[in-house]
Design a protein around this ligand. Structure first.
Ligand SMILES: N[C@@H](CCC(=O)N[C@@H](CS)C(=O)NCC(=O)O)C(=O)O
Length: 198
């Protein structure tokens, strides 16, 4: 497999996922500062001209959430997603797809745009994080006791919102969750790769 990436971007979550999966991969740096993402060869891989993207056995996939879902399904032996026929797959997909709501909530806050809660698909900034708080107050991970690919998505979103952008005042349930996510060996390996790559 080959990951097209750049440090300190949304590639970080895919790097973390690849380390969770443990299968061999190589990294190809896309030089965002010098327009590497606009190179026609890269455009063919991700027409959005953004990182990350993944090549796997001749197929390409872009969008960090899609890559993470793809990897979880491609390496089922790692137990990072409930099996297709398992009823808990529904809740897993719900949280995997929740990440864009977090992005919308952050964008709304940054842009300082007012919207009626009933017409915004994500409700509101507070609603999104209160819903996550509700889950993480009673369970160690988004699906309960077991870490899954949904935690790679939600964990990396919360890391950006809380640790990097400092957009949310500390909440004990989020701090404890991030501590659990950040103590995973795969996360620590990915962090080291980021640091060395940067
Ligand atoms: N929805 C995409 C977003 C990817 C994205 O926004 N990547 C940024 C870095 S975090 C990027 O490549 N920016 C370079 C550019 O737009 O020129 C995903 O989750 O993969």
């Amino acid at each position: 497999m080959r990951l097209y990436w750049a440090p300190r971007t949304r590639s970080s979550r895919v790097l973390w996922m690849l380390e969770e999966v443990g299968a061999p991969y190589e990294r190809m740096l896309v030089d965002l500062a010098n327009g590497g993402q606009h190179n026609p060869a890269y455009h063919a891989i991700n027409p959005m001209e953004k990182v990350p993207a993944l090549e796997c056995d001749g197929a390409t996939v872009a969008e960090s959430g899609a890559i993470i879902a793809f990897l979880a399904d491609r390496f089922p032996q790692m137990g990072l997603a409930p099996p297709i026929s398992d009823v808990s797959r529904g809740r897993y997909l719900q949280w995997l797809f929740f990440s864009p709501m977090i992005e919308m909530a952050i964008t709304q806050k940054f842009a300082n745009v007012q919207m009626p809660e009933h017409s915004a698909g994500w409700g509101s900034f507070d609603k999104v994080f209160n819903v996550l708080s509700e889950v993480l107050t009673t369970s160690p991970y988004m699906l309960g006791e077991k870490f899954s690919a949904a935690d790679v998505m939600i964990g990396s979103d919360l890391h950006f919102v809380i640790d990097v952008f400092k957009m949310l005042p500390p909440r004990p349930e989020f701090s404890a969750y991030l501590e659990r996510c950040h103590s995973r060996l795969a996360f620590l390996r990915a962090q080291k790769i980021e640091a060395d790559g940067a």
